[in-house]
Structure formats: structure tokens, C-alpha cells
Design a protein around this ligand. Structure first.
Ligand code: IPM
Ligand code: MG
Length: 361
């Protein structure tokens, strides 16, 4: 019997509420499939700042390294407190270092449209029906991690962030994208801006070299501005989108909303081993925290990805995903998923978690 060590980073505001529901689901799946697991609670972000004056203490990194996978809630504070030291530095102080420390260079963000939720999309049902795309975002390099500067030039302030990519960094993420495409519908769309950016020219060169080793996979290319437009005009053309850190950040928000609510979407961040970081793609939503109304599905589906990618548990992952789809098909909705349709039943965070646990059986 495998024993999985799962590190829990609760996150801020709605974080602990939705992670608690994901833990209920993990527990149910573990019982159903007779897996043994152990939770390690790790201090980070607001909670760690209050205690230690830093967002990602060394002891958290050390304990995390002893885990097989990490489940993380969203980090961050309310917009009106963003200058407060507790929240000002969460991205640079915790989120980015966590990704970098564990070399989690592959970020996977999938968008699918569940038939039960077609009505929620801001786009027409005939455009969104059948969307099934995977964004493979480079996560530990590019403009997020390149040299940054602020200076004064000719008496005025000037600043710069550099987009730097090495060939090897592009090659390893491109290899991942082609590998995933092979398990899906066999198409990779590279998104960059090679008409302007020389770093994008390198992405095109290296990706074409990688593609030569995958004769069965089609490689398409779009400039990022066009890709942003194509995502709303004809999203079904996409299977795997391969892109850099910053374009992936932007396009994944756009892609997530095609399906109706950002509250549904999980992500996986992986490196070269089975260790992974699993988290919702949305923020900590301070305005709805503590009211039992947040949608826990993004966290619950993050747990599904954990089984799939870190624990080699395709069956366990599918059982969770099917339970979520079934509960939604039965008409249960958290408030973010409500429409005027008469047969829907609004439920809170905990009840949604309970329903999904029951559906797993
Ligand atoms: C995301 C987030 C982060 C990012 C922020 C919070 C640093 O937007 O995971 O998409 O830009 O990567
Ligand atoms: Mg983002």
C-alpha cells in the first residue's frame, strides 16, 4: 500500500475553506481505493508573515521537500491592502520562489466545457460546446524571473523587465507539450510574438526542432494577439497551447472564463520528477471569505490532478472529475455558477464538498 505525503498550504481568505473540501475528497478517494496518506500542514503567505515576518520560511520549504505533492490554496490579500507589508510582497516572496525552488517549470491549465455549464459561458453555446484545451505554460523563467531594474535617466524614472530564455528551457517545456499532445488530439499551437520579439524567434526555432522528433503531432503557430482573438472566435481549434510564462498567464485567465467561471479551474505545476504543486488558478477572493459561498471545485479538481500526475492514479483522478460533473449535472451550484434556470439548487462551499464526496461513493 502506497503512502502519500501531501503538503497542505492553506492560503489566504477563501483558501482554507476550499482546501478543506479538497481534503474531504482526498480522504474519500483514499478510502475507496485503499490508499494511505498523511497530511503535512505547511505555513506560508499571510499566516507565515504574521508569525515569522516572511511569506515562505525555510522550514516550510524543507517540510515541503519531504512531501510527494503539495496542495495549495490561493495566496494574497485584499486589493485595498496591497501596500501593507503583509500582502505587498506575496508574489515575489512566496509564489514565484515556491515555483523556482522546486524547479516546477511546467504549468498545466486545462479548459473543458461541461455540458451542464454551457449556459454560463459569456460566449454562445455553439462556440463553446466541446472546448477541450490544455495550456502548457513555462513557469520558472522569462520576464517573471529576468533582471529587473528601476533607474533615473535624464531626470525621469525608467524601469525594465527582461524576457530571457535559454534554449534548454524552451526545449524541455516543448518536449512536455508534445508529449501531452500525443495523449490528446495530436496538435500543438505555439503562441509567441516572433514578428517583434527576438526571444519569440528562439521559441519558434527550438519548438520546430523538437517537433521534428514528433512526426505524429501537428505544430501550428500563432502570434499572441491573434491567439487571444482566436480563443474567443474559435476556441475548439486548440488542443495543446505551448507558450512562455507571461503569455501563458494572460491566456489562461482568458481560457478559463470561456467555461463560465474561474472558480472551476485547477492547475498542476511539475518539474522532472513526480513531485507537483496543485492549486486553483484564481485568487483568494477576500470579499467572499468566511461566508461558506466560495466554489471549492477548483481545489477539488486540483486534488484530481494530484492523483493523475504525482500518484499515477488516472482512475482516482477520473472518479473525482466524474463526481464533479455528476453533481453539477444534477443542478447543484455554488453562487458563482447560478443562472436564472429554475431547476438549479444553490449550495454553499461545504455542501458542494459533501455532495462531491457522496458522488465518489
Ligand atoms: C497565476 C497568477 C500568478 C502569476 C501571480 C499571482 C504571481 O496570476 O498563477 O496565474 O502571474 O503567475
Ligand atoms: Mg494568472
Amino acid at each position: 500500500m502506497a503512502k502519500y505525503r501531501i503538503g497542505i498550504l492553506n492560503g489566504d481568505y477563501i483558501g482554507p475553506e476550499i482546501i478543506a473540501e479538497a481534503i474531504k475528497v482526498i480522504d474519500q478517494v483514499a478510502k475507496k481505493f485503499q490508499h494511505d496518506y498523511q497530511l503535512e500542514y505547511l505555513e506560508a503567505s499571510g499566516e507565515a508573515f504574521d508569525k515569522y515576518g516572511e511569506h515562505l520560511p525555510q522550514h516550510t520549504l524543507e517540510k515541503a521537500a519531504a512531501c510527494d505533492a503539495l496542495l495549495k490554496g490561493p495566496f494574497g490579500g485584499p486589493p485595498e491592502e496591497l501596500n501593507h507589508p503583509k500582502w505587498a510582497n506575496v508574489e515575489q516572496g512566496a509564489i514565484l520562489p515556491l515555483r523556482k525552488h522546486f524547479n516546477l517549470y511546467t504549468n498545466l491549465r486545462e479548459t473543458r466545457v461541461l455540458p451542464a455549464l454551457e449556459d454560463l459561458s459569456p460566449l454562445k453555446p455553439e462556440i463553446v460546446r466541446g472546448i477541450d484545451l490544455l495550456i502548457v505554460r513555462e513557469l520558472t523563467s522569462g520576464i517573471y524571473f529576468g533582471p529587473k531594474e528601476r533607474r533615473v535617466v535624464d531626470g525621469e524614472r525608467e524601469s525594465s523587465d527582461l524576457e530571457v530564455y535559454r534554449e534548454s528551457e524552451i526545449r524541455r517545456i516543448a518536449e512536455k507539450a508534445f508529449g501531452y499532445a500525443r495523449k490528446r488530439r495530436g496538435k500543438v499551437t505555439l503562441v509567441a510574438k516572433s514578428n517583434v520579439l527576438v526571444s519569440s524567434v528562439l521559441w519558434r526555432e527550438v519548438t520546430a526542432e523538437v517537433a521534428a522528433g514528433y512526426y505524429d503531432i501537428e505544430l501550428d503557430y500563432l502570434h499572441v494577439d491573434n491567439a487571444a482573438m482566436q480563443l474567443v472566435l474559435n476556441p475548439r481549434q486548440f488542443d495543446v497551447i505551448l507558450t512562455n510564462n507571461i503569455f501563458g498567464d494572460i491566456l489562461s485567465d482568458e481560457a478559463s472564463v470561456l467555461s463560465g467561471s474561474i472558480g472551476l479551474f485547477p492547475s498542476a505545476s511539475l518539474g522532472d520528477s513526480s513531485f507537483g504543486l496543485y492549486e486553483p488558478i484564481h485568487g483568494s477572493a477576500p470579499s467572499i471569505a468566511g461566508r461558506d459561498i466560495a466554489n471549492p471545485i477548483s481545489a477539488i479538481l486540483s486534488a484530481a490532478l494530484m492523483w493523475r500526475y504525482s500518484f499515477d492514479g488516472e482512475q482516482e483522478a477520473s472518479v473525482i472529475e466524474k463526481a464533479v460533473a455528476d453533481v453539477l449535472a444534477q443542478g447543484y451550484r455554488t453562487v458563482d455558477l447560478m443562472t436564472a434556470e429554475g431547476t438549479l439548487r444553490q449550495v454553499g462551499t461545504k455542501e458542494m464538498g459533501d455532495l462531491i464526496v457522496q458522488a465518489i461513493g
